[in-house]
Write a protein that binds this ligand. Structure first.
Ligand SMILES: *Cc1c(COP(=O)(O)O)cnc(C)c1O
Length: 240
């Protein structure tokens, strides 16, 4: 096999293994695996890997930095006609919001009012309605080291987004705290998601679970899992 063929086969094998984990976790939770959207996180991996993922049946792709993402989205479009859905999942500075609003299909990481305002103005300029998720903090008001809005902040943020014609409130996203049991964090996420859906019935997405914790996330109602390492291998050390 040539090197690209070997990489394509490796990624296809990883996709099968991750799909099997999702199926097992869904069945254990009494859920239908087809309810779960697998997002392949391509950050720090080349655009060709994004193409191999899409061709292996994972057309939902996740990126976390604007500069890398905008270049990869453009390169992807040069490489293939296979449609992709681009998810922006990383911490986002307001001065990058206009750029992200042009190419992202769903922004997962809206955690403060200034960012919602900047994305709304970017989306308006681009002539589109941008679906977004409110990123919730699950570390109990502590260090907030994984980002996200507190329960109170998230309620106000959700109302702001719902009132913005250029944005659509599609749900919530969270990252479990590092080095802690993800179970209580995902239990809390499910409670917060349910509360938000009471006020905003269209906010049905729950984006949670990564390579190491997709099973408990699915057990607690995740609709979208964001998986990088288990699909594409390790990223360069010390980055992302
Ligand atoms: C990098 C990243 C992921 C993927 O993490 P893996 O452990 O490699 O699966 C998921 N979510 C966010 C927000 C990320 O930044």
């Amino acid at each position: 096999m040539t090197a690209p063929d070997a990489r394509r086969a490796e990624i296809a094998g990883n996709v099968s293994a991750v799909r099997a984990r999702i199926a097992a976790a869904s069945h254990a939770a009494g859920r239908d695996p087809s309810e779960i959207v697998l997002i392949g996180v391509t950050k720090f991996h080349p655009a060709t890997d994004a193409v191999y993922l899409a061709e292996a049946g994972v057309p939902d792709l996740g990126e976390s930095r604007d500069q890398e993402a905008s270049a990869k989205v453009a390169e992807y479009a040069q490489l293939t006609t296979t449609p992709a859905t681009w998810h922006f999942i990383g911490r986002l500075q307001t001065n990058k919001a206009r750029s992200v609003a042009r190419y992202a299909d769903l922004v997962h990481s809206v955690d403060r009012p200034e960012l919602a305002t900047a994305l709304a103005s970017g989306a308006e300029r681009a002539g589109r309605v941008l679906p977004v998720l409110v990123q919730l903090s699950l570390d109990g008001g502590g260090s907030h080291d994984r980002g996200g809005a507190s329960a109170n902040e998230s309620r106000r943020l959700a109302d702001q987004i719902a009132g913005s014609p250029a944005l659509r409130l599609a749900g919530v996203m969270a990252v479990a705290p590092l080095d802690a049991d993800p179970e209580p964090a995902f239990t809390r996420l499910a409670e917060l998601a349910r509360a938000l859906q009471g006020d905003h019935p269209g906010a049905t997405i729950v984006s949670a679970g990564m390579s190491g914790d997709l099973e408990p996330a699915i057990a607690h109602g995740a609709t979208h899992v964001r998986v990088g390492t288990a699909l594409l291998g390790r990223r360069r050390p010390n980055f992302g």
